[in-house]
Design a binder for this molecule. Structure first.
Ligand SMILES: CC(=O)SCCNC(=O)CCNC(=O)[C@H](O)C(C)(C)COP(=O)(O)OP(=O)(O)OC[C@H]1O[C@@H](n2cnc3c(N)ncnc32)[C@H](O)[C@@H]1OP(=O)(O)O
Ligand SMILES: O=CC(=O)O
Ligand SMILES: [Mg+2]
Length: 521
């Protein structure tokens, strides 16, 4: 039996939800979903150990993999050799065209942090990707502006949902499919051959992995998928986001598991911060982060993480890709100039540290990122040959959250509450990336905001104003924040209820997107 669709079939959805595609999805589910569920249970077991006083460390059982100097990842694939500027963003039709025309070398087509997994977003996104590869994509805005694909589009790299999310509109044997397998499966089945024919390939970014075992599962999916459609072993390439605390201790092992399909690692800095908060949320001052804005990339534990990432990748011949600077352009000239300077500083540090390229969230930032990397790379397409033999990073350095400078302030608490509730409202309406206070906010940055509120509350933190974070204070600031926003219509009452539930609950929800998804059609 094929996968069953339990959702509206809008115009052209039959081109994506074909009998072949639904048969492939059913195969993926039956072969790989049991293991996915085991790995999710493994995450819970590991968290229970940390909550009971355990710690994270490099794994003794994989020491040989780390110490073996002989292995390397596969040679760089076509379209993924020079990655100096990568733009990320959702897959709606206009943004698809804008991202591909932006001048960036790579477009991360996002079904994850920048996206609400509304049924229409998922299937329209698949159609847009396929039309983009076929070069039949076009768009006319309500104002009559016409959008067409230009001459040198970016290489497409698709980011499917993480292992933890389900897709309630596609069932196999009565069970929800994993969002990850749906997003991967539909794109792969429709576009792998198209991409190969166009001289590129089926490329992926893999989010929120917590262990090399999870990378192994992706590798097994890739091996099966390639033989299913009869394309050569090793055609798929995947860049893994190192954006959970446990994964930072398994970078070598993750590259090793995926070595024939690996395109490197990325410093997913926002989810990484969220994961640091989440994994040690009950461990008091040792893991209590100050205001989100003061946790920059140069604080000791963040620096240790990026240094180790570059060193690990280049030792294995893999690309190291930098993270997102969340500043976005503004119409206010002074704000704009400050945003560009901050992004320039961030990208300059990354290029100097050895990264091969980095992410931007907005087309206006592509030129800047390219220019900064041009200055370091010169004629070279990347700097994978810069092996950073000087870097030695210990587990203690990765875990040194305590020496992060900065305070927990009332303004920081208010800011987190405001961002959390505004983002949730946008997400529930179907838009997963949004500009708030001149910053790009997406699922990862919003996770930091809401989990900081939880952590400060549950650790009864004293603010700079002398007040202690209590339920009453969180409710009061939430009321005050909402009073500053026109909250007629929309989904404000749902967003407020969900934010309150997640911030005040005894247990921290694993991901905001899980309860939020249950409030979606
Ligand atoms: C933590 C992480 O995972 S980071 C990666 C995930 N997050 C993201 O990818 C966020 C990507 N960025 C965005 O979604 C957007 O930039 C936002 C929502 C933050 C701001 O978007 P807007 O409010 O539309 O910004 P703005 O009005 O300045 O946009 C100007 C133009 O650039 C386009 N644009 C802006 N960002 C992007 C993007 N990332 N990709 C493609 N086009 C974009 C807009 O569509 C608009 O096009 P138009 O002039 O043809 O109408
Ligand atoms: O996905 C990227 C991140 O920073 O999170
Ligand atoms: Mg992320």
């Amino acid at each position: 039996m094929s996968a069953q669709v339990v959702a509206p079939l809008h115009d052209r959805y039959d081109e994506i939800l074909t009998p072949d595609a639904l048969a492939f999805l059913a195969e993926l589910h039956r072969r790989f979903d049991p293991r996915r569920r085991e790995l999710l249970a493994e995450r819970d077991r590991r968290y229970a150990e940390l909550a009971a006083g355990g710690t994270l460390d490099f794994l003794p059982e994989t020491k040989d993999v780390r110490e073996d100097d002989s292995w390397r990842v596969a040679p760089h694939a076509p379209g993924l050799v020079d990655r100096r500027a990568e733009i990320t963003g959702p897959t709606d039709r206009k943004m698809t065209i804008n991202a591909l025309n932006s001048g960036a070398r790579v477009w991360l087509a996002d079904f994850e942090d920048a996206n609400t997994p509304l049924w229409e977003n998922m299937i329209d996104g698949q159609l847009n990707l396929r039309d983009a590869i076929d070069r039949t994509i076009g768009f006319t805005s309500p104002e009559g502006k016409r959008y067409e694909l230009g001459g040198e589009p970016a290489t497409i790299v698709v980011r499917p949902r993480g292992w933890h999310l389900s897709e309630k509109h596609i069932l196999v044997d009565g069970e929800r499919m994993a969002g990850a397998l749906v997003d991967f499966g539909l794109y792969f089945l429709h576009c792998a051959r198209r991409q190969l024919d166009a001289g590129s390939g089926p490329y992926f970014y893999l989010p929120k992995l917590e262990s090399h075992r999870e990378a192994r599962l992706w590798n097994e999916v890739f091996v099966f998928a390639q033989s299913y459609v009869d394309i050569p072993y090793g055609t798929i390439r995947a860049t893994v986001l190192i954006e959970t605390y446990p994964a930072a201790f398994e970078m070598d092992e993750i590259l090793y598991e995926l070595r024939d399909h690996s395109a490197g690692l990325n410093a997913g800095r926002w989810d990484y911060m969220f994961s640091v908060i989440k994994k040690f949320r009950t461990r008091g001052d040792d893991f209590l982060l100050p205001d989100r804005n003061s946790v920059t990339m140069t604080v000791p534990f963040m620096r240790a993480y990026t240094e180790l990432l570059v060193r690990t990748c280049h030792r294995r011949g893999a690309h190291a890709i930098g993270g997102m600077a969340a500043f976005i352009p503004s119409r206010d000239e002074a704000v704009n100039a400050a945003a560009f300077e901050k992004v320039r500083g961030d990208k300059t540090r990354e290029a100097g540290d050895g990264f091969d390229g980095s992410w931007v969230a907005h087309p206006a930032m592509v030129g800047l990122c390219t220019e900064v990397f041009d200055a370091v790379l010169g004629d070279r397409p990347n700097q994978v040959d810069n092996t950073r033999d000087d870097v030695r990073v210990t587990a203690e350095q990765l875990l040194d959250v305590r020496s992060t400078p900065g305070a927990v302030t009332e303004a920081g608490l208010r800011g987190n509450i405001g961002v959390g509730v505004r983002y949730l409202e946008s997400w529930l309406l179907g838009t997963g990336a949004v500009g708030i206070n001149n910053m790009m906010e997406d699922a990862a940055t919003a996770e930091i905001s809401r989990s900081q509120v939880w952590q400060w509350l549950h650790n009864a933190v004293r603010l700079d104003t002398g007040r202690t974070v209590t339920q009453e204070l969180v409710r009061q600031l939430l009321d005050e924040e909402l009073a500053t926003i026109p909250t007629e219509g929309g989904r404000w009452s749902d967003a407020r209820a969900l934010f309150t539930e997640m911030a005040l609950a005894d247990e921290l929800a694993d991901f905001l997107t899980i309860p939020a998804y249950e409030r979606m059609p």
